[in-house]
Design a protein around this ligand. Structure first.
Ligand code: FDA
Length: 396
């Protein structure tokens, strides 16, 4: 099979589908090449099957990138409200969970169906289970890009790389976009797993492993960033939203600190407890402010456990320091196997921030997670996929 199109899009994920429907609505002949057996697999598994499809509080400050300004233009031109409009037009019920995070009431399948329906209505062709074997460039202006695939050869004057990052290889993630970018002379910034559980090793792991499943609110701090939310102890280390968020700012060797009493001024709380419950032991009063098993472990290994009345002021100060600035030595992350996103990627320096087009190769575009733009946890990554896909879809 051969075919000629206006736009070839490699990757039928969030960004690729948004780009396809946008370009299709402009009358462009669009082909999406997806090597998995269905499109939008990460959308399907996202948000625990309910897809946290955007965040109404999205600002450029919610993204990590070597160039923090790059995401501004696309995010400003396709806002969460544009996506919400589409969701409402398709009658998909949704709710706000917390902090502007919007989730489907029923299933993330509805988001994939909406995108595919919009693609079909716009005449977009989607080839699934279709692998790119080779790509050639420069044959003619009309067929500047030719994809040799398992389903035939397809040519177009524009090629959009929407192949995503490296996280969850079992869902179809590949390094295709990075390799292609390098082939065309683009710099690719080092990639690493983001929004990922942290692992502990040696005595750090032994001290906490049997608390697996215990969750508590913390403020996690690293490299000048702080996130307040739940932390979950796992068999291998730590997870939960506060840890996933801070993991994107953490690298091996970095100092990671946890405030274990984020709703309290720790010293004030200890003084209050001493005054109100002088005969109670520390582990008992702490156990009313955090999960009892965690409080007990703290008092076995990190804090001296006594009746509250027996502590003097310097001791209370020391304990407050431990509770509000607990040092955690993480050994690594769980890696791409469980990471929600990939940090780093195609350097934004040689891309147009308004169109996502390469400044080196006319007609070549990069969108979504393959670019060095990574959002926080909470719907920001999909918002970037929609916004960058929309920007390219309007430019191709
Ligand atoms: P995406 O990964 O969606 O799509 C890339 C597509 O390209 C895939 O379909 C892949 O199969 C295909 N592909 C790769 N190589 C190819 C090749 N060589 N040829 C053809 N096709 C190829 N974000 C958020 O905002 N809210 C959320 O709730 C979640 N939840 C979540 C849960 C889990 C478990 C994960 C792993 C991730 C999330 N995310 C998220 C992150 C979000 O899924 C991610 O940022 C976007 O899907 C990125 O969209 P892209 O289109 O760039 O890549």
């Amino acid at each position: 099979m051969t075919g000629h199109f206006d736009v070839l899009i490699v990757g039928g994920g969030a960004a690729g589908l948004m780009c396809a429907l946008t370009a299709g609505q402009r009358g462009k002949r669009v082909l999406v090449v997806e090597h998995a057996n269905r499109v939008g697999k990460k959308i399907l598994m996202s948000g625990g099957g309910r897809c946290n499809f955007t965040n109404t509080g999205t600002t450029p400050a919610n993204f990590l990138s070597a160039n923090p300004h790059f995401c501004k233009s696309a995010l400003a031109r396709f806002t969460p409200w544009h996506f919400i409009d589409m969701v409402e037009r398709h009658g998909i019920a949704y709710h706000e969970k917390e902090l502007g995070q919007l989730f489907c009431d029923v299933s993330s399948k509805l988001i994939v169906k909406m995108l595919v329906d919009e693609c079909h209505a716009a005449g977009v062709r989607i080839e699934t289970s279709c692998s790119v074997e080779r790509m050639t460039h420069g044959e003619s202006e009309d067929a500047a890009f030719r994809l040799h695939t398992t389903h035939g050869n397809f040519a177009a004057p524009a090629l959009v790389v929407a192949s995503g990052g490296l996280s969850i290889p079992s869902m179809g993630a590949t390094g295709f976009g990075y390799e292609l970018a390098k082939q065309f002379g683009h710099a690719v910034l080092p990639t690493r797993a983001g929004l990922v559980p942290l692992t502990l090793s040696g005595k750090h792991q032994e001290r906490l492993a049997d608390l697996s499943g215990v969750a508590l609110p913390v403020t996690a701090r690293c490299n000048g960033r702080a996130f307040s939310n739940y932390m979950l102890v796992t068999h291998r280390g730590l997870s939960g939203p506060a840890i996933l968020q801070i993991s994107s700012y953490w690298q091996p060797g970095d100092d990671l600190r946890l405030d274990l009493l984020p709703q309290h001024d720790a010293l004030q709380a200890l003084q209050d407890w001493q005054r109100e419950r002088p005969a109670a032991e520390l582990k008992t009063v702490l156990g009313d402010a955090m999960p009892k098993r965690f409080a007990q472990r703290l008092c076995e290994l990190w804090l001296p456990n006594r009746p509250m009345k027996q502590y003097n002021m310097p001791q209370l100060r020391e304990m407050a320091q431990v509770l509000s600035d607990w040092s955690l030595v993480a050994s690594g992350t769980e890696g791409y196997r469980t990471a929600e996103v990939t940090l780093g990627g195609v350097d934004t320096d040689e891309l147009s921030s308004s169109t996502m087009q390469s400044r080196r190769v006319p007609g070549l575009y990069f969108i979504g997670e393959v670019i060095d733009v990574t959002g926080w946890l909470g719907g920001y990554n999909f918002q970037w996929a929609w916004a960058s896909g929309h920007a390219a879809g309007n430019a191709v």
